[in-house]
Design a protein around this ligand. Structure first.
Ligand code: UD1
Length: 420
């Protein structure tokens, strides 16, 4: 098992290119089940989650290779319609196989994902949606067993805005017979990226980028080459890192339109931000001002950035509040920040931060992907050397984070350890 050893107090400066988005790639990959053939996805991040996903689809017969950030996928022969527990327990997004397997192959057996480190994460909307399209679903032995002769179009309203359920419904409805109308659909850039790829494959989708999607099912789709979008969560993490160290960085290969809310908040707390095309420059010379954030579906403040934001607020002189309305118990990182000297109370679904207390090095433990990023950020400014344990969580979603941070001037080392 690896840990990071991070010496705090080094200012970040220089240029950094953002990797391709993990979450959008995870939505694009299942599309290959909809049409047999060869696909190439450019700007694919080399991440643990991507390997896990490739192994899952490999177990269904999809041949996958990742070289130089190009993901090659061959879905010519599908040999299994199952997502077994051993894969799903590592990756909840495995449920994305449900829609395309049902739509093209008429059957799917998918292990039910359990909860996760930051609370219960139901899949009821995925199941209700598939049933609305005509699937017959049974739950048995921890598995979803689903069947359909041919899915048919239908009207479906998402009670809650859900990225995953919208992805699954887009995948399924593209090959269903007739028209599907999805309302209160998620509008996250990762959903839009999938919709664009499906259109390239021959799907007929209206309303892309809005909460109302109309999909006219087609009989066949064709394989395509696609370019993945930049990772807005990694970009936000690196910008917050620069802000915390009072640094100055130039970020390339980023889509600033995907992160207007985070950029506005960074400006509000005192960062100078300059956006030109696919480049963002950030400079910060003082401690941040305190500022409240509340996570909401896109284009609101992302839940995947709230932990990193709380780290930043530990440096602000004053009180701030981080509220998560999407995952209301996603605060597993708070006790670890407190061990580093932060003053934070959890009240309902908010972390109340009394900022300005000096952060000091400690041994801390990651509990999930974004929690580990938040601890790395705190360690960058803590006095002394911090050990961040269990960084396998971080490796799920950040490509070579330590290399990117080192190139910007951080002192961060990956060390193999027996500590757990
Ligand atoms: C995706 C992202 C994750 C991000 C989350 C919210 C991927 C692989 N993961 O997760 O990083 O934190 O969006 O932006 O892209 N819900 C239900 N029933 C369902 C589905 C969801 O009640 O069937 C609820 C969830 O508990 C949550 C809310 O809806 O409260 C939003 O979840 P959702 O958008 O589905 O998250 P994911 O797609 O799992």
């Amino acid at each position: 098992m690896d840990k990071f050893v991070i010496e705090g107090g080094h200012r970040l400066s220089g240029k950094v290119a953002v990797a391709g988005s993990k979450n959008s790639l995870l939505a694009l990959i299942p599309a290959v089940l909809l049409a047999p053939g060869i696909y190439r996805i450019h700007n694919a991040p080399n991440l643990r989650d991507v390997w896990t996903f490739s192994r899952l689809f490999g177990s269904m017969g999809v041949h996958a290779e990742l070289n130089n950030n190009e993901l090659f996928l061959d879905s010519t022969t599908i040999t299994s319609f199952e997502a077994p527990y051993e894969h799903v327990k590592k990756m909840r997004a495995s449920i994305y196989a449900l829609g395309p397997l049902l739509a093209r192959h008429g059957q799917a057996k998918i292990s039910l994902p359990g909860g996760c480190a930051f609370g219960p994460r139901p899949v009821d909307l995925h199941l209700k949606g598939m049933e609305r399209l005509g699937a017959v679903i049974e739950l048995d032995g921890g598995y979803i067993n689903a069947k359909a002769e041919r899915l048919h179009g239908a009207k479906f309203n998402f009670d809650i805005s859900s990225v995953g359920a919208t992805v699954n419904m887009l995948l399924a409805a593209s090959l269903a017979k007739g028209t599907t109308l999805l309302t209160n659909a998620a509008v996250e850039p990762e959903v839009t990226a999938l919709a664009r790829m499906l259109v390239k494959m021959g799907a007929k989708i209206d309303g892309i980028g809005t909460t109302t999607l109309e999909i006219e099912g087609v009989d066949d789709l064709k394989p395509v080459d696609e370019t993945n979008i930049p990772d807005r969560i990694e970009a936000a993490t690196l910008l917050i890192a620069a802000a915390m160290t009072r640094g100055k960085i130039t970020m390339t290969n980023v889509n600033p339109y995907h992160m207007t809310n985070v950029l506005a908040k960074l400006e509000e707390v005192g960062c100078t931000i300059d956006v030109t095309g696919e480049t963002i420059e950030l400079e910060m010379n003082d401690a941040p001002q305190p500022a409240h954030i509340t996570t909401t579906p896109y284009p609101g403040f992302p839940t995947d950035v709230q932990a990193q934001w709380t780290s930043l607020m530990c440096l602000a002189n004053g009180t701030s509040r981080t509220t998560d309305t999407i995952y209301t118990t996603r605060f597993g990182y708070v006790p670890e920040l407190v061990r580093m000297g932060a003053s934070i109370d959890i009240v309902d679904n908010s972390a109340i931060v009394q900022g300005g207390k000096p952060l000091k090095a400690a041994t801390v433990m990651s509990s999930d992907l974004r929690a580990s990023a938040c601890l790395v950020l705190a360690a960058l400014v803590a006095e002394g050397k911090t050990d961040v344990l269990r960084i396998y969580h971080l490796d799920r979603g950040y490509e070579k984070l330590e290399h990117r941070l080192t190139a910007l001037g951080a002192n961060i080392k990956r060390v193999h350890t027996e500590e757990f």
